[in-house]
Design a protein around this ligand. Sequence first.
Ligand code: PEP
Ligand code: MG
Length: 551
Amino acid sequence: MIVLEGKAVFEGIAIGKLSVYKKTEQSVKREKVSDVEAEIKRYEDARAAAVEQLQALHDKAVKEVGEASAEIFEAHQLMVEDGDYIDSVENIIRTQEVNAEFAVAETGDNFQKMFLEMEDEYFRGRAADVKDISERVINILSGAGSSGIESDEPVIVVADDLAPSETVQMDKDKILSFVTVHGSANSHTSILAKTMNIPAIINCDIPLTDEMDGREAVVDGFEGKVYIDPDAEVLAAKKKILLQEQEKKALLQQLKGKENVTLDGQKINLYANIGNTKDLALVLENDAGGIGLFRSEFIYLGSEDYPTEEEQFAIYKQVAQTMAGKKVIIRTLDIGADKQADYFELPHEENPAMGLRAIRICLTRPEIFKTQLRAILRASAFGKISIMFPMIISVDEVKKIKEIVAGVKAELDKDGLAYDKNIELGIMIETPAAVMMAEELAQEVDFFSVGTNDLTQYTLAIDRQNQSLDEFYDPHHPGLLKMLKLIVDGAHKGGAWAGICGELGSDLTLTKEFLAMGYDELSVSPGRILPLRKVVLETNVIEYKKEKGLD
Ligand code: PEP
Ligand code: MG
């Protein structure tokens, strides 16, 4: 039995087999071949396998995200079979007498360059697709397989670190737990683990070798340990805890359908955070009162190119309809910093967390922003949608945003398209500047939602992605708690309601404090709704305030 230690970012026990997550990137070597025709046959076979893979991905995507988003895989199939592309690969193999991998890589590069030089924006956008299909064929040729999890049963995913764009592609039903060598407690891998309600351990020195693949293991998210090939004693002990946890969860199920009201009658809304439509099942299962944060940037991260208005509309409409009249707060794209999509071609920055990100991209590239706003507004005709803007620093910014929203509404009126004329607009409070301007900002919007993940990073001057600073990243810092009180007071004075959607919102040790501060809403990972409800039901706010000597 091998015991490894790391930092637990979500509690729980997982028992299953390890699966080492494989990254696709690999270098291609130029090699001479003697049998050119055999090499061409190898390429033909790989092409056929690629088309098959793409068909399977298409069918999966249709089921999970709908026809519109699945179209990309059809387009990729056509590219794999494109006559010019095939001629080029075969020509390189024949004339240079080289291996198929090299010929595909060369062709991929050439076609990519050709597309990038085109005037038409649509064709320029195809460059990323060519890269993608070329990589797929190379992976098949070299037997590397596709990136991701290759198992039929649920597994413990072991990786170096996982980028948000990688996690969106994962089949969530197959994941029991995450164990990563790197990553920080506030990274999106941790957030994903919380959303899925599965244990996760980061900073764990686990070897990422083939030899690890398929070995039995236990992940203990309470003590931050991974047991590989656990002995009978450990296995029995952990199974017992797993059973107790399952019983606790079953008890929480009895809280479904209950109102979120304290013993002295104070009510609070408990909403869920989601990253895509697949999370909706968890939202309903955990009895969330609405969606307090839909991280819409995951739609962009899961695409090869800017998602169109129609693609986005289909997704927002599905969320609104599924929630059947319950509030759905869609945050406009919060791309940049740790959430990068190549086709945005964002400039390299020394300090991306303080760079061109989120609303700054929207305000400097209004066409992208307007496409998203049109899609959200149109979807608002099918449910109760609110729009929320991230990374706000000033009243001026909010005024500019409102002008753009008014312009988009006017366009929709002209086009005769329906939308909710009274749609609520809100902002995230994630910067100290916004905290200081809370009252003035509240006069401009309907609601606030505090992004404590970023607010902590910007207040403490600690990069939330930097794992070596985890010991300094203190979300309970008294300065931050004072800010949280300033925010809710400012909101109420300015006529807005206030919630928290950062990770701190689900910290059960602070729930009473948030109730005492007067927060109207907490939006948390779906799996945290019922534990939070339990604390709310057991709290007497008046007593708590007396105890703490609060007003
Ligand atoms: C936050 O910053 O607290 C937040 C909710 O947004 P994200 O984690 O997506 O940056
Ligand atoms: Mg944020």
